[in-house]
Structure formats: C-alpha cells, structure tokens
Design a protein. Structure first.
Lengths: 220, 351
C-alpha cells in the first residue's frame, strides 16, 4: 500500500513549489488589487469621501456576482478571458490568473468590511486639517484598519491555499494535485495524509504569524 | 481681555444647507438662511438643542459641508466660489476640535499633533519642535510617546486642541468639545480654550447645547432653532434679557434660580408674607440694593429661593424674597425695586 517515498519525495517538493508559486503570486496580485478594489468600494459608497452612487453600484455588483460563484465553475467561465490574457486556458499560469481574479474580489469585500468599522469622525478630522482623499487613504484608513486588514489577509491566504488544491484540474499541479494523483488514485491514504498534515501545518504557521502581526499592530 | 475688534473674520451671508430627502424621507433644511458676523478675536458661542443645525453651521465655516444657497466668507475668502482642491488650504488654516476627539488610534500623541503639520508640508525638524511646543502649551509634554487609548477624556481633548492649533490657525472651531467630559474636566478644557483666545488671539467658535459653556467663556452668542439663528448678541445681554422662548429655556437650565410653580406652591405653604422674585444683575449691583431698599421702607426681607452666578464675568441671577411689613410699605418697596431691576410679584397667600 505504502508508496515509494524515494520516488515520491522529489514529486512532493515539486508540488510544494508549484503551490508556493500559485499562492504567493495570488496573494501579491490579489492582495494589491483587492485592497484597491476594497478601497474603491469604501470610498465611493454614497456619503463617503468620493461618494458616487453609480461607481459604487457597479463595483458592488461586480463583487457580488463574482464572489459566490464556486471556483471550479469560475475557472471554466473565465476561460475566454484567461486565453486572451495568458494565451492558454491550461497550465499553472492560466490557473494562477484565475486565482488572482477570484482573490481580488474576495479580498475587496474583506477590505471594505474592515474599513467600514473605522470611526467616520477620524476621517472628518483629517479632512478638516486639509488632507486630500489619497492622503487620507494612506495615512488614516490603512493605518487605522491595519490589524483587521492583516487578519483579513491571513484569511485570504487560507482561502487561496484552498483554491490552489484544484490546480490539477487545469494541469497546474500543486499539493492538491499530488494528493489526488499519488494518493487518492493509488489508494495510498498515507500520501494523502502526509499532504493534509503539511497543509495543516502551513495554515497553522501562517495563522500564528498573522495573529502575531495583528496583535503588534493593535498594541497602542 | 483679548484683542477683540469689531472687524468680521467669518461672515454668513444667507447661508443655507439643505440635505436632499432620500426615498420617502423629506429633505432636511439643516441651516436655513443664516446671516451672521463672527468678529476677529472673540469667543463666539452657537447654542441650540440637538438637531438645531449648529453642527452643520460650524461645518460650513471650514466647508466640510458646502452651502446649498448663500455663502460663507472666511477671512475675506468666499468659500462658495472654491472647488474641493482649493478648499484644502483654507481648511488647513482653521483648527477644529470634536466632541469625540477623533484622534488617530494608530498614532502616538505627538504623531497626532504632527499630522496637520505633515499635511501642510513642514520639514521634520520644524515639525518636532512645534509638536514639543504645543504639548508644552496644553500641559501634556510627558505624554508625547503615549497612544490615545491610554489617555483620559480630558487629556484626549487637550491633544485634540494641540492638534487643532498646530498650524497657527486664526480660527478654532469647537464642536461640543466638552460634551463628552465630566464637569471638572470641562472646566479645564474651557480654561484652555480661553487661554487660546487670550494668549494666541485665536477666534474661537464654540458649538454647544450647554448654556453653562456659553456662560463661562463666550463673549457673544447665537441661539439656533430649527436651522435658524433666532437670537444673537453679547452673551450677557442674551442671558439677562432673553427675547426668544428657546433662549429662555436655555437660560433656565444654566441657572435654576427662578422658582417653578411647584416650588412657589411649597414656598407659600412655608411663608405667609408677600413673595417676590427680584433680578440681580450688573445694574441692580448686588443684593445690597435689595437690602437697602427694603430697609428704607421698613420692610423685612427673607431670601427663600434663588441664586447668583457670573455671565461673561458679570453678576447675574435672581433672589426670591418673602417681604413682611405694612401692606403700603411692601407695595412701595416693590415699586422702588422695579426702578432698578425686574421684579416678579407673586403676591401674598390667598388665605
């Protein structure tokens, strides 16, 4: 039953590398664009700094439409756009592109929800001191919401790791693919268990780090 | 006193702010055609119940809210003609303190005070020196490195005042600056605002629903009701001769010196003589006038209710007195008192 670990270990390392690539790119791109989109949602909400009913409605609708679509269906639906941008609908790049897309929308909502909790009085005070909207974003909104933003980003990491598990579907490889191909399909539960343990350990470590950083940001 | 002049620094010219109705809710005329001059160097109070429009009115001065009709002229600049980007330097030249302090929780005390200086583009060294000077002025030099969460309400408001003064503004707006504080801390913060006015010559606009705040520091006051200014004048004038019902109610809350009908009923039960309430103000001097007048008419007076306080540093209040003596002498003494002050004659018990 138990597989040959001398053969499996290099494959496991390769799979871990693929997962790291997918997750890190997605966290970087999705984190940045999600922050921007989330700020856009917050700022354009009617009554806020750049309140604009129309822009807000469009952004809000986009987030509401994309977010609830199951990722495996979203992958297929995004196919034409993926082909246009990446040149192919399969492979690790195509898959990572779709992940970035979904992560942006997921994180945008998280960012917006965290910003809403900021006391509007603080924003008003900054306006009264002559600060521009861009300065307020940089010096008030992000620093004031930093702790919840870090926790939201940690949450995003877990979600992104989850998404990456179906990478095999588009031939992107990764730990999820390894667990299915080398474990499930070979009836080798030990291999699957090893992958599960690795993923749990990674999630635990990242969550610990996120909590630590958030706590440090809150130490006031 | 301060460098009070009669030249106007803030002028409302038929200023109005209407918030459009949403859905089924009607539009709100928060400020409804206000024309008003605030003079350079004075402490000007705006008093009104919550919802009277005073917070919106003060926000028209630094254009946090834009007028929907009329104009506001600050230091000769018509705000109505400026776009958002042009308004920013105007705002930077006007300090503002808030009821809930609105300090940045992510910054230390000195970081908060430095914020407006960063916005104004001061170089770091100049900024540090200015922050130290300001914290010294408000008495918080030892709290520079502390985060706001570790401060008391009064200390937070002093940081708020230091921050508002950072860029040497000529105008300071205080929006219910003491409403979240206990009475003793309120006193400290009001003293500080008075120092800002006297020592720095800053024009202070105080928004409040507490007549006590007006009583203790304001030179002039405007009374607001439903978006309109219903009365404006020297604080002492408004206090001693309130012309509007709303003003009268506020005056009554500041000094509970006039007996209510229930109190009067109890006074009658206790005292059989003729009961009058006599105003005590600058003109009537003090209760000495009352004492002398009664003595001249051979009438005995016993103070049974009342109070005297200071408004704009002048005596103000009333005494309710039981007069005992010959009917004619009592009548004559009341007539004599009427010459120097106001008298409310409650008469004698019907029995």
């Amino acid at each position: 039953m138990s597989g040959d670990w001398e053969l499996l270990t290099p494959l496991l390392w390769a799979a871990a590398g693929e997962t790291a690539f997918m997750v890190l790119i997605t966290l970087l791109v999705g984190g940045f664009l999600g922050l921007a989109l989330g700020l856009g949602l917050y700022l354009t909400r009617p009554g806020n700094l750049l309140g604009n009913r129309f822009v807000f409605a469009v952004l809000n609708l986009a987030v509401n439409v994309v977010r609830p679509v199951p990722f495996i269906i979203f992958l297929v639906a995004l196919g034409p756009l993926t082909r246009a941008v990446i040149g192919s609908t399969i492979g690790i790049e195509a898959f990572t592109f779709a992940m970035c897309f979904m992560a942006t929308f997921v994180f945008a909502r998280l960012v917006e929800q965290n910003l809403v909790s900021i006391d509007p009085g603080v924003v008003e005070a900054a306006r009264a001191m002559g600060a521009s909207p861009f300065r307020i974003v940089r010096t008030v909104l992000v620093p004031e919401a930093l702790a919840p933003l870090i926790l939201g980003y940690t949450f995003l990491f877990v979600g992104v790791l989850d998404m990456s598990a179906i990478g095999g579907y588009l031939g992107a490889g990764g730990l999820g693919d390894f667990a299915i191909v080398q474990g499930y399909r070979q009836y080798d539960w030990a291999v699957t268990a090893v992958v599960v343990v690795i993923i749990v350990l990674i999630v635990q470590a990242v969550q610990w780090l996120g909590n630590l950083l958030a706590r440090r940001a809150l130490r006031r | 006193m301060s460098t009070r002049t009669s030249s106007s620094i803030i002028r409302f010219e038929g200023a109005a702010k209407v918030f459009p109705g949403r859905g089924r809710s009607a539009e709100v005329r928060a400020v409804d055609g206000v024309t008003l001059d605030i003079r350079d160097g004075e402490i000007f109070g705006v008093i009104g119940q919550s919802g009277a429009g005073k917070s919106t009115l003060v926000r028209l001065i630094n254009a946090l809210e834009r007028t929907t009709a009329g104009d506001v002229v600050v230091d000769g600049v018509s705000l109505g003609s400026l776009n958002e980007a042009r308004l920013r330097p105007v705002r930077a030249g006007i300090g503002m303190v808030f009821q809930q302090f609105n300090l940045l929780a992510s910054r230390t005390v000195s970081g908060n005070v430095a914020y407006p200086l960063e916005v104004a583009g001061w170089p770091r060294a100049k900024r540090d020196a200015r922050v130290a000077e300001l914290l010294e002025f408000v008495g918080l030099a030892d709290k520079a490195g502390v985060h706001p969460a570790a401060l008391s309400g009064g200390q937070k408001q002093r940081v708020g005042i230091a921050r508002a003064l950072a860029t040497n503004p000529r105008i300071l707006l205080a929006d219910e600056a003491t409403s979240a504080l206990d009475p003793e801390t309120t006193r400290d913060v009001l003293d500080l605002l008075q120092r800002v006015n006297r020592e720095l010559g800053v024009t202070v606009v105080v928004i409040t629903h507490e007549m006590d705040v007006v009583r203790s520091i304001c030179h002039r006051v405007a009374v607001m009701d439903r978006g309109r200014v219903v009365e404006v004048g020297e604080a002492y004038q408004v206090f001693s001769a309130p012309a509007h019902d709303v003003t009268r109610r506020f005056v009554a809350t500041a000094l509970r010196d006039r007996p209510s009908p229930e109190v009067l009923e109890r006074l009658r039960a206790r005292h059989t003589g003729h009961i009058v309430t006599v105003g005590v103000d600058e003109v009537a001097g003090s209760s000495a006038v009352l004492t002398r007048t009664l003595r001249e008419h051979g009438v005995d007076g016993t103070v049974v209710f009342g109070g005297i306080t200071e408004v704009a540093e002048r005596p103000y209040g009333s005494l309710t007195v039981e007069l005992v003596g010959e009917v004619a002498a009592v009548e004559a003494s009341v007539a004599a008192l009427r010459v120097v002050t106001w008298v409310d004659d409650h008469g004698r018990a019907a029995a």
